[in-house]
Design a protein around this ligand. Structure first.
Ligand code: KG4
Ligand code: ZN
Length: 333
């Protein structure tokens, strides 16, 4: 029997989840809206809002899961990677909670947890599988051999896929975070309306920084001829940019599947909430005979449910850490 409390505070969302014998019975996510005023996450403000949100979020999670503090057997927390100040709030809270209740502490890598979110609901992938992890800070193709035996076989050399979405949104004067808004407008537009060059990067790696610049130059040029270009073509621009980003991601995923002879394919991270990417992956399932795994929306973007399930797997093997543990902004995979 195990009840695990999990804390996620790596970026701008405070999240607290509870895992009861392998089932997620609470997943509270307190979003921070303050950053919208600045067009990106302001680390110092994020830490302060985490401090305000963490205690009420824990209280809500206990209510949702119908358990008391005394029922908790271990506390799992995101150690990194992420914003140091934000991580510090979650790590300090987890340490004090574990100390007060005299229960073990479990350290979780945020990027492992995005992948392990696939073990929350059925169907669960079979090892080994390939996971395309696409978030605001990372773009990786990971060969997942076991719960904690994972190898990055391809990654971005510069910007992440989420950044490509967010920076394009900024160019289009859409508020932060722009990914979900591009998704929304793309549904109404023509993906073939405009063509953007797909970068040619060796092996299984990605690059999005030149791609982003090409969009910026394209928009500037069009605006010179027609100052209302963005407003008049927003849906088509969003659809075309999204189409290109998905092409870039899928080309490498197909290459990896072929190279490793694996047809169990998963996606994870915030960008896996993108409806175009989700649909394209489903099409690949039919076209290439892949078995695809797409997380439920609440487990795509940052959430503590994924930290709780990763914590549960570590709890089963008694993988605990001591009170001396500290957050790591750049945590090794
Ligand atoms: O995993 P996540 O919540 O946080 C990080 O660990 O970075 O990912 C956030 C990223 C942001 O760049 C956001 O714009 C993007 O995920 N995102 C999306 C969508 N929902 C979130 N991008 C495209 N389409 C979406 N529907
Ligand atoms: Zn994340």
């Amino acid at each position: 029997m195990s009840v695990i409390l999990a804390i996620e505070s790596s970026c701008d969302d405070t999240s607290v989840a509870i895992c009861n014998n392998g089932k997620i019975t609470a997943n509270v996510i307190a979003n921070q809206t303050i950053h919208q005023n600045y067009g990106g996450v302001i680390p110092e403000l994020a830490s302060r809002v985490h401090q305000q949100n963490i205690v009420p979020s824990v209280q809500q999670a206990l209510i949702d899961a119908k358990v008391t503090k005394q029922d908790i057997n271990a506390v799992a927390f995101t150690r990194g990677p992420g914003l140091l100040g934000s991580l510090l709030v979650g790590v300090s809270f987890a340490k004090s909670f574990a100390l007060a209740l005299n229960i073990p502490l479990i350290s979780v890598n945020h990027m492992h947890a995005h992948i392990l979110a696939h073990f929350i609901d059925d169907p669960k992938p079979n090892f080994p599988f390939l996971c395309l992890t696409v978030s605001g800070g990372h773009t990786q193709i990971v060969l997942v051999k076991d719960y904690f035996d994972m190898e990055i076989v391809g990654e971005t050399l510069d910007d992440a896929a989420g950044e490509a979405f967010d920076k394009t949104a900024k160019i289009l004067q859409l508020p932060y975070p722009g990914g979900p808004l591009i998704d929304k407008h793309a549904k109404l537009g023509n993906p073939q309306a405009f063509k953007f060059a797909v970068p040619q990067i060796p092996e299984l790696n990605f690059s999005f920084s030149g791609f982003k610049t090409s969009i910026l130059y394209f928009i500037r040029k069009q605006e010179k001829e027609n100052p209302n270009f963005i407003a008049e073509n927003l849906d088509d621009i969003c659809a075309s940019v999204q189409y290109s980003i998905i092409q870039i991601l899928m080309n490498k995923l197909k290459k990896a599947a072929k190279q490793y002879g694996i047809n169990e394919i998963a996606i994870a991270g915030g960008v896996s909430a993108n409806s175009g990417l989700r649909n394209t992956l489903q099409e690949m399932a039919t076209e290439l005979g892949w078995k695809v795994y797409i997380p439920a929306f609440q487990y795509c973007t940052d959430n503590a449910g994924m930290i709780a399930i990763a914590g549960y797997q570590k709890y089963l093997i008694n993988d605990f850490v001591g009170q001396e543990v500290s957050p790591m902004a750049r945590m090794e995979f």
